[in-house]
Design a protein around this ligand. Structure first.
Ligand code: PEP
Ligand code: MG
Length: 597
């Protein structure tokens, strides 16, 4: 898959296209490990000078952290700013600065070397700790210590830190991987695109890139080693190609392609008000997937019919404490209210997998995607789960909310989740707190076990939403964030299509609504096939809504049905792909092909 053209300019690397569009800018390496610290022995006479040098760096770092803390408190919120108190504590910790001073005196090595050694020992101690609490928090503490020490070293050496908060304006982030909290930070920093060594099309970093409308390529394997800070990059998030230090001719071609894409997007935005109806009158709904409450604005801008998936885990990430009921209530209320007259489907929290939250111990599992994730984690922590349910129920008084449970493996879990919901409803009724008593309860079909028992589950639910990101990963046994098995992660595999058909039939037999909210729903190339498989609606990243509506409006339902039947009779994904191509309108195909490469 990887292709490198050697040479001074126009070096090309191929990865997994994660978020469409073309962006051109300077590279900024995040979390880069290339700050080389030399071990230098200093003479007795220079020890005091070295101690002063360290003290000056400590003071500068403290001032810097206090400034960021204030800025975050004003721009984002007090709870997000709390994290910087932990940084200030680390700066005062005798095990770090005082110990560094002692070591400079005793071993007579330079301050940056001593600090780096102490930091890695400290991190190791937390990792090896026998106390469960410290072990669970090791990843957070680790990140905090590394961040503080990176700042200290930058203040000692003047070398760049590789911290996202230091990225500056209009840069393309280059990283091995980005955590969900780092991608959230990008909203505040002026990042214009990003590339990562690892990841696949449906890893959360890719989903976040699409929600931020930032062109991104992931799964590039070694982009952090082939790119240097300040290199000029072209990132083509549509084709998955990254060009390092392009020459003038190449730059010109891409600037033209960038303009063409922008024009196409402007044209699509004009479709905002249209309904998603096929030429022969079959009506579907196209709603939006959102990650944060402020994404509702974007969803409305693109003409989405409500929110088909509100991923609530982002309220839990980027922080050390649990969000309060009040905070959650406010977030859900805003989204539900602003989405009226349409519905908002709130998915209860799906932590675990690649969305770690150390307070609940999700960082220490061997196979997090097969571990305590989604509804399993919620059922293991009923108090936390009920707190979220209370917040959702209270918000349901202010809009049209539906609840959906993620990662349901079978009817037992669905019943347990519903029992906790009922308990919460009764408690609210006793306290005379208003909520929507007709609130619909659905579930995500993301596991083969749920797909194969969809007929049983349909009797327990008001609706289904097919989460293909996970359904494909678990059906194909191909980790959704692992670029090495990306070739197996194929929405057009006959097994995936058969499962979708089975889920839709089971839902319709019980007369319940069935939609799709995985990334498969956002691919206009697949829309005719999905319409033919009988889905009632789609939910996609906000910017994909117009294209999906357009694709629906260009087909006949009867033709789509025939296409689906033929696809289900195929033996290989290649055959299905060939078949699907024949039904796609040329305009859509052309836009898929505008890649200049
Ligand atoms: C899915 O699995 O398809 C889905 C929509 O959920 P997430 O991507 O958040 O796991
Ligand atoms: Mg999922």
């Amino acid at each position: 898959m990887e292709r490198i053209t050697l040479g001074q300019t126009n070096k090309e690397v191929q990865g997994v296209p994660a978020s469409p569009g073309i962006t051109i800018g300077k590279a900024y390496l995040v979390g880069s490990r290339d700050v080389r610290i030399k071990k230098i022995r200093i003479s007795e006479a220079l020890v005091e000078k070295e101690l002063t040098r360290l003290q000056v760096a400590v003071d500068a770092t403290r001032k810097e952290i206090e400034t960021i803390k204030q800025r975050v408190a004003q721009e984002v919120g007090f709870s997000e700013a709390e994290i910087f108190n932990a940084y200030l504590h680390i700066l005062q910790d005798p095990l770090l600065i005082q110990a560094a001073m002692e070591q400079i005196r005793n071993s007579r090595h330079n301050a940056e070397y001593v600090l780096q050694e102490l930091a890695s020992n400290l991190v190791k101690q937390f990792m090896d700790s026998s106390e469960e609490y410290l072990q669970e928090r090791a990843a957070d503490i680790n990140a905090d210590i590394n961040d503080v020490v990176a700042r200290l070293i930058r203040n000692l050496t003047g070398q760049p830190t590789g911290l996202l908060s230091d990225a500056g304006n209009d840069v393309i982030v280059v990283a091995n991987d980005l955590t969900p909290s780092q991608t959230t930070t990008m909203r505040r920093e002026r990042v214009i695109g990003f590339t990562t060594d690892i990841g696949g099309k449906t890893s959360h970093v890719a989903i976040m890139a699409r929600s931020l409308e930032l062109p991104a390529v992931v799964g590039l394997k070694n982009i952090t080693t082939v790119v240097q800070n300040g290199d000029l990059l072209i990132v083509n998030g549509t084709s998955g190609k990254v060009i390092i230090n392009p020459d003038a001719k190449m730059l010109g071609q891409y600037r033209l392609a960038q303009q063409r894409m922008e024009e196409w997007n402007r044209k699509l935005k004009k479709l905002k008000g249209v309904t998603a109806v096929t030429k022969d009158g079959y009506r579907l709904t196209v709603a939006a997937n959102i990650e944060l409450p402020e994404d509702v604005r974007q969803a409305r801008k693109y003409g989405s019919e409500g929110i088909g998936l509100f991923r609530t885990e982002f309220i839990y990430l980027n922080r050390r404490d649990l969000p309060s009921e009040e905070e959650q209530f406010e977030a859900y209320k805003i989204v539900a209210h602003q989405s009226l007259p349409y519905a908002t489907i709130i998915r209860t929290v799906d932590l675990g997998g690649d969305k770690f939250f150390s307070r609940l111990g999700t960082t220490t599992e061997m196979n997090p995607f097969l571990g305590l994730r989604g509804i399993r984690l919620c059922l293991a922590h009923p108090d936390i789960f009920k707190q979220q349910l209370r917040a959702i129920l209270r918000a349901s008084h202010f809009g049209k909310i539906k609840i959906m449970f993620p990662m349901i493996a079978g009817v037992e879990e669905m019943r347990q989740a519903k029992a906790l919901l009922k308990e919460t409803q009764k408690e609210l009724s006793r306290r005379r707190i208003s909520y929507d008593r007709n609130l619909e309860v659905g579930l995500m079909i993301e596991l083969p076990s749920a797909a194969l028992t969809a007929d049983i589950l349909a009797r327990e639910a008001n609706f289904f939403s097919i989460g293909t990101n996970d359904l494909i990963q678990y059906t194909m046994a191909a980790d959704r964030v692992n670029e090495k098995v990306a070739y197996l992660y194929n929405p057009l595999h006959p097994a995936v299509l058969r499962l979708i058909r089975q889920i839709v039939q089971a839902a319709h037999n019980e007369r319940i609504w069935v939609g799709m909210c995985g990334e498969m729903a956002a691919d206009p190339f697949l829309t005719p096939l999905l319409v033919g498989l009988g889905l009632d609606g789609f939910s996609t990243g906000p910017s994909f809504v117009p294209q999906v509506k357009k694709s629906i409006r260009e087909v006949h339902f009867t033709e789509c049905r025939e296409l689906a039947e033929k696809a289900l009779a195929c033996t290989t994904s290649e055959d299905i792909e060939e078949l699907v191509k024949t039904q796609v309108r040329t305009e859509v195909l052309n836009e898929q092909i505008i890649k200049t490469d």
